[in-house]
Design a protein around this ligand. Structure first.
Ligand code: HEC
Ligand SMILES: [Cu+2]
Length: 334
């Protein structure tokens, strides 16, 4: 999905705004578009979030958004689009022109950690096709749904490695892994512990130590990602996940303590401490598809936000690729 847009920030009160940041993507349609003016005001989620929280425009309309903040620095981005995030600075008006090419429901969201309820600072834009009252939202069933996974069930690893598996070491062993274990379908639908057990039982690994079989698992995992996907995953993780899950993946981000504190009123009483991605006993029992389900759907009351409307499919898989680097040594990450 693509959007045509232009964003600029002007100091409030200035008569002629000097564009501080102007980005032009695509070109205006030749026919004059319908123009919508929209004042979009943001305050922290605890104080109400965005207003309006939802609005409706037509495909091809020129939507001129004036963004203001009533308190702290917020950010603005539109999920599942190539739209670059912009800042919403108190005392300034950020002007933004957006045109949607495709009908659908889009989520706009804050990109700055503005407070404990930051991730709830979201709203929806309904884009309807010209002349139609309601539009078909074509969405395919994500893999975790196709596989019928119970993403809320515990997923302990039946076996864990004695040391951190190394993809480079696995590759150096020269094991000829049967092609089906290298297929993306196998990677996405199985946990590392499941693949370890299958490999352990194969004649090709008979001479290897258990740790070496784990290294082969890491090689299989690494073969399903790329340096570019890992870089994207890391960037998205740092911006959206590290506040709770921690930069190191240990579940110890700055927001973690508040989530685990049941007497705090900031979160519901069902919140848990963020998952620790460095713990082999749980992580190695999860398949990429299970992690996809958690990320897309969220924990529903546990404090784990849902990200389905925010990230594209490939962005979610890139984040998952990156999550595995908390368990296994890949590429440049030892
Ligand atoms: C506001 C805090 C918060 C943020 C932000 C957050 N999480 Fe979580 N996450 C949690 C909590 C709490 C849990 C544990 C409860 C649960 O599993 O539902 C969790 C659990 C998970 C799990 C489940 C792990 C398992 O073993 O089942 C995954 C995967 C996950 N988070 C990924 C992410 C990703 C990826 C992001 C960023 C895009 C993210 N989280 C952002 C709080 C957060
Ligand atoms: Cu925010």
């Amino acid at each position: 999905m693509s959007t045509h847009h232009r964003i600029r920030t002007i100091a409030s009160g200035a008569l002629i705004g000097i564009p501080m940041l102007m980005l032009v993507f695509g070109f205006a349609k030749l026919s004059a578009p319908r123009v919508h003016h929209l004042d979009l005001h943001g305050v922290v989620a605890e104080a109400g979030g965005w207003s309006p929280a939802s609005f409706k425009v037509g495909v091809g309309d020129l939507v001129q958004i004036h963004l203001t903040s009533g308190d702290v620095l917020h950010g603005f981005a539109i999920g599942q689009t190539d739209f670059p995030a912009g800042d919403v600075v108190p005392g300034k008006i950020s002007e933004l022109d957006v045109t949607f090419d495709h009908p659908g429901k889009y989520v706009f969201y804050c990109t700055r950690w503005c407070g404990p309820g930051h991730w709830r600072m979201r709203g929806t834009i309904e884009v309807v096709a010209a002349g139609s009252r309601s539009q078909e939202v074509v969405s395919s069933v994500p893999l975790y749904g196709q596989l019928g996974l119970d993403i809320d069930a515990a997923h302990p690893a039946t076996v864990v490695p004695a040391r951190r598996p190394s993809a480079a070491h696995g590759a150096s062993l020269g094991v000829s892994v049967p092609a089906e274990y290298l297929a993306p379908d196998t990677y996405r639908a199985h946990s590392p512990a499941q693949v370890w057990q299958t490999l352990r039982a194969l004649p090709v690994t008979a001479k290897l130590s258990d740790a070496a079989v784990w290294d082969v698992v890491a090689t299989i995992w690494e073969s399903n990602t790329s340096a570019q996907a890992l870089a994207t995953g890391k960037q998205l993780y740092t911006a959206n996940c590290a506040a709770c899950h921690g930069d190191s993946g240990a579940g110890d981000g700055p927001m973690a303590a508040a989530l685990g504190n049941k007497s705090s009123s900031e979160f519901g009483s069902g919140t848990l401490t963020p998952a620790n991605f460095t713990a082999p006993a749980t992580m190695l029992g999860a398949s990429p598809a299970l992690l996809q389900g958690k990320i897309i759907r969220g924990g529903m009351g546990t404090g784990m936000p849902y990200w389905g409307p925010v990230f594209s499919d490939s962005q979610v898989w890139a984040i998952i690729d990156y999550l595995w680097t908390f368990q296994m040594a890949y590429q440049s990450k030892p």
